[in-house]
Unconditional design. Structure first.
Length: 198
């Protein structure tokens, strides 16, 4: 993981991915006069990626504060944390590599937020189970954990840190390393609330 995060190629791929996504949603030209707009970063992606990789390798990269915003998703008001574009590139590059590390540890029955584990796969596996166990009664329990991600503890006593530490150690990143600290900063990011207070 360490070598992946210190390669310019990793950030070029992420910028190109965000560019393709923006093309599909017709948001490519938003904020085009801003020097940090996606269009401008994309056109200079090789230089931006080299600078990012070098700063991360040397432990100099410092993410900006996130900004809190409320959005509506399926009639639910949700608090989201918005980052500037360069931070988004770094966060999503880290997330992609962390996902690869985590994948072998996840249960085959865990489908949420995983590539190749779409609704079709869930239905196929469920129908296969039902055919195999025809004589058993099967009950379905539908529920939702309210504010699941918002209630995850990220303080110093949280189990999350030991789990993250174990995961990163398996790829050669120790707790004192600058990469470990960068990841921790994104998990527990300082943010500006809707009133603009830190």
């Amino acid at each position: 993981m360490q070598s992946f995060l210190c390669q310019a190629k990793s950030y070029i791929e992420q910028i190109e991915f965000l560019h393709q996504k923006a093309l599909k949603t017709h948001k490519l030209f938003e904020g085009i006069n801003d020097p940090d707009s996606l269009m401008n970063v994309y056109s200079d992606r090789r230089r931006v990626a080299k600078i990012l990789a070098k700063q991360i390798q040397q432990g100099l990269y410092q993410p900006s504060h996130a900004t809190q915003r409320y959005i509506w998703v399926k009639e639910k008001r949700r608090l989201v944390y918005c980052y500037n574009l360069i931070d988004k590139v770094v966060i999503s590059t880290i997330a992609r590599e962390l996902t690869k590390l985590l994948e072998p540890r996840l249960s085959y029955a865990c489908y949420a937020f995983r590539e190749r584990f779409n609704c079709h796969k869930v239905i196929c596996n469920l129908s296969g189970y039902l055919r195999k166990h025809k004589r058993q009664q099967v009950f379905f329990y539908k529920t939702d954990v309210k504010s699941y991600f918002d209630t995850m503890p990220v303080d110093n006593q949280s189990l999350l840190w030991q789990q993250l530490n174990d995961l990163l150690r398996s790829s050669g990143i120790e707790q004192g390393d600058c990469l470990w600290q960068l990841i921790a900063n994104f998990v527990r990011s300082p943010s500006l609330n809707t009133d603009g207070l830190l």
